[in-house]
Design a binder for this molecule. Structure first.
Ligand code: MRU
Length: 345
């Protein structure tokens, strides 16, 4: 695999009149694409995690708005925009933590506000450019991140941040692909309980591209670090506050704490669309709580004494992060000044 080739996996395919979504709940056993023709369907696909990963959620939502325009635009009825805005509200309620969703919807709203007679060409062009720009950002981040890994022997990643979670190639997994293309490196993936994005998606995706990877139980991370096998933990992000605090998949904070103990460096890789310029710190990030049935074995579901607490993201303080990689540049030790500089580049 070379680093200028798209990964073989594609989570989203726009056909011009529908959005094909690879159902990630069924991977790796089954490869099933569902075809969505309206925004309500896309909102449900995001909520149910058929499509997941911050950039992919934003891209899917943008195409959801295009589907809404296809369904509601009428040259003779000036109220078509009200119906589209109702769909945008629906899409915005699908998941709370990944800011890329709201960023993409805001871009679509801006196009709608200015749109001329037949809006379809303009909204579709905007969604397609959100998609294409995300892939380009991933390639750029891949190179920038790989530059920091020249002497690395091994890395550990968490969750799935690859082509499945983005427009293509990946954020953290993009850096890992680019580093591997330059020089073989030992890649470890944590299983990422409870939804198993690492076990079901990341190792599958790397396997599709013939990149060797070793799966570990999440609980083996400290022991892996203690063994000296890894130099970096490399993760994606769902929302980055201006001070560099980073929300990402539950378990990321634990890895950052462990990394500090073992002198392992912590890299966050995310496009600037993941930076929330409206919040100063991670304390302001809403952390999604998902249903306890996603964590609790079936036999306990109706047991009145046994409950589950299921936050699916956590926030890693900037002071535990060694580098944040974006398509606009790299911030080393973000605790010294945060990421504001990236927003003015
Ligand atoms: O709940 P998910 O699977 O949507 O969570 C995904 C993550 O936490 C990813 O690390 C993040 O969105 C970055 S994906 C490039």
């Amino acid at each position: 695999m070379t680093n200028n080739k798209l990964s073989t996996v594609q989570s989203l395919q726009w056909t011009g009149h529908s959005l094909k979504v690879l159902d990630q709940r069924q991977l790796p056993e089954l490869i099933v694409y569902d075809d969505y023709v309206d925004a309500a369907g896309v909102a449900e696909a995001i909520k149910s995690m058929r499509v997941r990963g911050a950039p992919a959620i934003g891209i899917a939502a943008a195409y959801g708005v295009v589907l809404s325009v296809i369904g509601h635009y009428s040259g003779s009825n000036e109220h078509w925009k009200d119906a589209v805005h109702a769909d945008i509200e629906l899409l915005a309620k699908s998941r709370p933590t990944a800011v890329n969703l709201f960023w993409a919807l805001n871009r679509m709203k801006a196009v709608l506000a200015d749109v001329s007679a037949n809006p379809l060409t303009e909204v579709q062009a905007c969604a397609e450019s959100i998609h294409a720009d995300d892939i380009a950002a991933n390639y750029r981040m891949g190179e920038l991140g790989a530059d920091l890994l020249a002497n690395a022997k091994g890395i550990l990643t968490h969750c799935n941040t690859g082509a499945l979670a983005t427009g293509g190639y990946g954020t953290a997994l993009g850096v890992i692909r680019s580093a591997y293309a330059r020089k073989p490196i030992n890649i470890y993936a944590g299983e990422t309980r409870p939804w198993l994005q690492g076990q079901r998606l990341t190792v599958w995706e790397l396997g599709q591209d013939e990149v060797p990877v070793t799966l570990i139980a999440d609980s083996a991370a400290a022991w892996l670090m203690k063994s000296g096998a890894i130099d970096w933990v490399i993760v994606g992000a769902d929302r980055i506050a201006l001070n560099g605090d980073t929300a990402n998949k539950i378990g990321t904070y634990s890895l950052a704490v462990l990394a500090k103990q073992h002198n392992v460096k912590m890299m966050v890789v995310a496009p600037t669309s993941t930076i929330d310029g409206t919040i100063k710190s991670g304390d302001e990030i809403e952390i999604e709580q998902r249903e306890q049935r996603e964590l609790l074995p079936g036999c306990y579901q109706d047991n009145p004494y046994i409950k589950a607490w299921n936050p699916v993201f956590d926030v890693t303080p900037a002071e535990l992060i060694s580098a944040i990689i974006t398509e606009k540049g790299v911030v080393l030790t973000p605790a010294n000044g945060g990421v504001v500089g990236l927003l003015v580049v």
